[in-house]
Design a protein around this ligand. Sequence first.
Ligand SMILES: Cc1cc2nc3c(=O)[nH]c(=O)nc-3n(C[C@H](O)[C@H](O)[C@H](O)COP(=O)(O)OP(=O)(O)OC[C@H]3O[C@@H](n4cnc5c(N)ncnc54)[C@H](O)[C@@H]3O)c2cc1C
Length: 684
Amino acid sequence: MSDHDEAKHGLRDRVVGTWRHAVDSAKDSVGDLINSVDADLLFDTGDDIVDTKAPKVDIAQRWDERKFSARLVNPANRRKLSVIIVGTGLAGASAAATLGEAGYHVTSFCYQDSPRRAHSIAAQGGINAAKNYRNDGDSTYRLFYDTVKGGDFRSRESNVYRLAQVSTNIIDQCVAQGVPFAREYGGLLDNRSFGGVQVSRTFYARGQTGQQLLLGAYQALERQIAAGTVTMHTRHEMLELVVVDGKARGIVVRNMVTGEIETHTADAVVLASGGYSNVFYLSTNAMGCNVTATWRAHRKGAHFANPCYTQIHPTCIPVSGDYQSKLTLMSESLRNDGRIWVPLSGEDKRDPREIGEAERDYYLERIYPAFGNLVPRDIASRAAKNVCDQGRGVGPGGLGVYLDFADAIERLGRKSVEAKYGNLFDMYAQITGENPYETPMRIYPAVHYTMGGLWVDYDLQSSIPGLFVTGEANFSDHGANRLGASALMQGLADGYFVLPNTINDYLAAGPFAKVDPADPAVAEAVDLVTSRIDKLLSIKGSRTVDSFHKELGHIMWDYCGMERSEEGLRKAISRIRELKTEFWSDVRVLGTGEGLNQALERAGRVADFIELGELMCIDALHRRESCGGHFRAESQTEDGEALRHDDEYAYVAAWEFAGEDRRPVLHKEPLVYEYVELKQRSYK
Ligand SMILES: Cc1cc2nc3c(=O)[nH]c(=O)nc-3n(C[C@H](O)[C@H](O)[C@H](O)COP(=O)(O)OP(=O)(O)OC[C@H]3O[C@@H](n4cnc5c(N)ncnc54)[C@H](O)[C@@H]3O)c2cc1C
């Protein structure tokens, strides 16, 4: 083993921690068992599903046609209809504000102490829109094309086209709200580029785009709260969905301050509860992000689509030790001006500033000359992993590559670089103690976003009538890989423009009978919540919730992370099943249910993550192709690129929960491409 390998494994051992040695031997026997099980025996296959809501007209007319064909609710009747919205990030706050403004009775929930603390506030780099302000050849079709190609041809054409159409409205809406987008000297809105595209269509507010957009949506929401159309419940966590006569009619929440269990009912429910990257324990997401809202809905009948599609972001600050509970993103916008490289030789351990141009490998520029440092995230992440696997990684353990601004500073001047990226540079300096104006940043891929989520049709309605899903919580428009700056676009498209034009079609069937608080469906949902809390508090085992979460995260990263294989995924499934049994017999949750209890909150979330983790691995195992962020070691081209198998896997995998201890049921929604030619992606 070379010095480099030793150092790398040394760090890895520290990072992975000692827990693994203890659990490995116990789990090998189960691993053997699973290895002998065919992947297809882990699930059943149900009927194919189709999205019937997208009109069968030319793609450019579909959204207009749907808006016209959707039934309307007149303003007087809107006042008689109610909607619950879980989530106050960009997707939830924009929807609540818009539906409130339209006159519906909206009840809004979040688990933070203020709606504006939603994870969306952390978004840094920007939001896409096909405005073509740069006159560089952008168009609705190009944004549509880039997004379908970027998602490795695994997204629905109708939805993506609509997203591209609506993108331009979002910018106008936000400017009208006063969102301070960056401007050029002449006063026009500025743009920059993000990965996977060759035009500049990303609107931004320094490195704080999410914060500024969320403040805009939050103000619109607060206006409706003051007007009385929206009732806000902060510090309330949804723990169960109420389904009456097959329709979503309410939620059960826990007041996180008093511990009280409350039931809220309405005519429709919207989940805008964000993504589930924290199943990996370490991710760039806010610590509180979790899957509980969507997972509970899944268990009540909502299909979960493409759970294995996870995005690993190439530019994060590398892991530095096993005490860490969070990873920090360095925005993709930095790849506009920063150049990524490693030393040509793995033996070269000099200060990067002493390494000459000829001794550097700007590997993205070399391998992908057409897109260079702005290849999509899945490709940039894998390329970083490859050079580190070759022993050419930098920093402790060799798990890092350089992101270098020396050229940009020389070309543009330090002031200009500071104006564009100053807050990101400060963040990097505070976390690492290194000055990125003087020495290159060190970055490494980390889990960042989840393209999977609850299955929705063109109207954003899930497989449970009356349950709508928006933003990162739905399986959305990004296929197997999301392009940078497209999540904010999708969240706001859903909340400001799409949902308000589709949910009325469902609500027009009202007025609906009030839900009787004594309805057995309500009692059952409340009972599920209270008995689960009681069970968690009664186990009084020996392991902390965090130790289970951390272990799950390691399993997911090792076997369902940047590279997945048949053998690894089988192993992961067996280990996760073991972990679930251990969790429910040995977790230690201190305190009581009456009042603030963060260990209890986390325990419920981790229990759901464990179940989700298993489904993610089953999904990844059954998809024996590589596509986007889902890289199967067995399915690659000669030069190591993802190799799709369109003849077998050009479908959305929508999973149905069949019951406790029953195999999940796979429903396929075939993906039909009429406006984009299916081909092997190339960024060369
Ligand atoms: C560091 C970072 C930077 C990013 N930068 C960009 C960028 O520049 N451009 C871009 O396009 N995307 C970016 N993204 C992605 C983007 O920020 C997210 O995808 C997006 O903000 C998600 O918005 P959302 O409204 O769907 O969910 P969130 O903002 O996550 O909001 C979820 C809401 O649901 C609530 N909630 C969740 N579960 C429950 C429950 N059980 N009960 C009650 N309430 C609940 C929460 O309280 C919260 O209000 C970035 C992501 C990260 C991590």
